[in-house]
Every structure is written in structure tokens, then in C-alpha cells.
Ligand binder design. Structure first.
Ligand code: HEC
Length: 256
């Protein structure tokens, strides 16, 4: 006995039964707010990394590659600590910092230099580093190496797992959209995943070389556009296109 093929004429966003529509719309609304918050958070954390408002390539370089040109020690000795020691002494300290502040020269030489010029404050005033201790001098002499490997590993796996879930559901809902050429639909669904990989990979590459910071921008803009496009079309079809009372048929079989 052959059973009749199921009637799947309702299997599309405009004609979806109301309970499943409520699920899809609820999800898209919350995810939409969430994505806006994520954008805001990126602006507030990374956007200010270089000290200027707004996200730029410099911010990305600063966050992942760091600023390897100088240390805090060097910048302070040319800045607010400029009057604390004569030029030769400051240059001597900066040169030592640039060599990575090797400990071998601490006891025989630099301990005395800091004792003479710095520790009357930097061992007395609370809240500023205590320069009688080599470790604290070493810390101030370190260059900013940007993101750490452990930090990158943590953020990468959270992003890959978390965001791919978001893209999975956005893409799944969008797969029921009607009147979209099949090729375009496939590309729109696949794009966010590809851009997500580019984005995460670019953080690691930027840690190696600042030239890769552009990939972070490309990846981020790429998946924002692809996912917001799917978001808008899905919402439009469920809320607006649904009102004209037309039956659109099985969206998964539609072949435009
Ligand atoms: C008269 C007191 C005084 C002397 C002497 C002094 N400092 Fe400072 N230092 C400060 C104060 C106060 C701050 C915090 C305010 C600031 O960052 O300008 C500071 C901050 C710093 C910082 C930044 C610390 C941080 O983690 O933010 C460095 C580095 C530094 N001093 C280096 C030196 C060196 C090197 C010397 C000796 C050549 C020196 N200072 C001598 C008072 C002093």
C-alpha cells in the first residue's frame, strides 16, 4: 500500500504554523538584541584600545599584536618621570629595558641607579610600583605583547562554539525563506561560517604580524552583513509576507 506524499505546502516562512513562528520570531528578536550588544561591547573594549573612540585597524593591532615599540618604563622616563633623572641615566635605563631588562645587570648596576633616583618615591608612595624589587622593575620594562596565547585560545573556542550555534539557527530559519534563488540561499547560509573562521584565524595571524588586522575587519563585516541579511528577510517573510494569504509551498524544494 502506498501512502500519499505528505502535503508540505505550509513549509515556508510566510505559511509556517503559528507556534513555530512564535519560536523563530522570539529567537530572532533576542539574538538581534544580543548581536547589537556584542557590537557595542566590541566598540567599548577594542574600540578604545588605541585611546581613540571608534574601531580601527590600530585597535586590532594593539589588542592582538600589542605595542612592541616601547615599555611603560621607557614611555614614563620620556614622560611624567622625565625630571627624575638626568638624560644619560634615563637613556641607560631605557637601553637596558629594550634589551629585555636582563637580571644579570640588576645587582651590579641598576639596583643602585634606581636606589639613587627612584625609590624615594617608588617604595614609599603606595599604589605605584616598588622599584627596590627586581620583579616590579622587570614588569614595568616589559613591552606590550598584545593578546596571550592562552587568552586567544579561550576566546577562540568560546567564539567558535557559541557563534556557530547562532549562525546555525539563523541559517536554519532562513532556509525556509521563499522566493530566494537556491544558489543565493546556499551562499548566504554558508558565508557566516566562512567569515567566522577568517575572523578567528585573523586574531592569531595578527598576533604574529600586524598586517593581518584587516582580516579581522573583513571577517567581522562579512558575517554581520550575511547574518543581518538573513535576519531581516526571515522576519519580513514571517510578519509581512504572511499577510497576503498566499500559499508558497515547500521552501526546501523550491528551485529558483
Ligand atoms: C618624586 C617621586 C617620584 C620619583 C623620584 C620617581 N617617581 Fe616614578 N612615579 C611617581 C608617581 C607619583 C607615579 C604615578 C603617576 C604617574 O604615573 O605619573 C609614578 C609612576 C611611575 C611609573 C608608572 C608606573 C605604573 O605602573 O603606572 C614608572 C614606570 C615610573 N614612575 C618610573 C620611575 C623611574 C624609573 C624613576 C627613577 C628614575 C622614578 N619613576 C622616580 C613618583 C616618582
Amino acid at each position: 500500500m502506498k501512502s500519499a506524499p505528505p502535503n508540505l505546502a505550509w513549509l515556508n516562512l510566510p505559511n509556517m504554523p503559528l507556534p513555530i513562528k512564535a519560536l523563530f520570531i522570539g529567537y530572532l528578536l533576542v539574538i538581534g538584541v544580543g548581536l547589537c550588544m556584542a557590537g557595542l561591547q566590541i566598540m567599548l573594549t577594542h574600540g578604545m584600545a588605541d585611546g581613540k573612540v571608534g574601531l580601527s585597524v590600530d585597535d586590532i593591532v594593539y589588542s592582538y599584536y600589542g605595542d612592541r615599540s616601547g615599555s611603560k618604563l621607557a614611555s614614563k622616563l620620556n614622560g611624567s618621570m622625565i625630571d627624575k633623572a638626568p638624560l644619560e641615566v634615563r637613556q641607560d635605563i631605557i637601553k637596558w629595558a629594550q634589551q629585555g631588562a636582563p637580571e644579570s645587570q640588576w645587582e651590579p648596576h641598576f639596583k643602585g641607579v634606581f636606589a639613587q633616583h627612584c625609590i624615594m618615591c617608588h617604595s614609599q608612595i603606595p599604589g605605584i610600583p616598588n622599584f627596590t624589587k627586581f620583579e616590579e622593575v622587570k614588569k614595568a620594562a616589559a613591552t606590550n605583547q598584545g593578546a596571550t596565547i592562552s587568552g586567544l585560545t579561550r576566546v577562540s573556542h568560546i567564539h567558535l562554539f557559541g557563534i556557530s550555534f547562532i549562525f546555525f539557527f539563523i541559517g536554519f530559519i532562513f532556509s525556509f525563506a521563499v522566493n530566494i534563488p537556491k544558489k543565493l540561499k546556499i551562499i548566504a547560509i554558508a558565508f557566516p561560517f566562512a567569515f567566522l573562521l577568517i575572523d578567528v584565524l585573523s586574531w592569531w595571524l595578527t598576533k604574529l604580524s600586524p598586517n593581518f588586522a584587516w582580516f579581522t575587519i573583513i571577517g567581522g563585516i562579512g558575517y554581520s552583513i550575511a547574518s543581518s541579511g538573513m535576519w531581516v528577510i526571515s522576519m519580513y517573510q514571517m510578519l509581512v509576507l504572511a499577510r497576503n494569504g498566499k500559499t508558497y509551498g515547500n521552501a526546501w524544494e523550491q528551485d529558483l
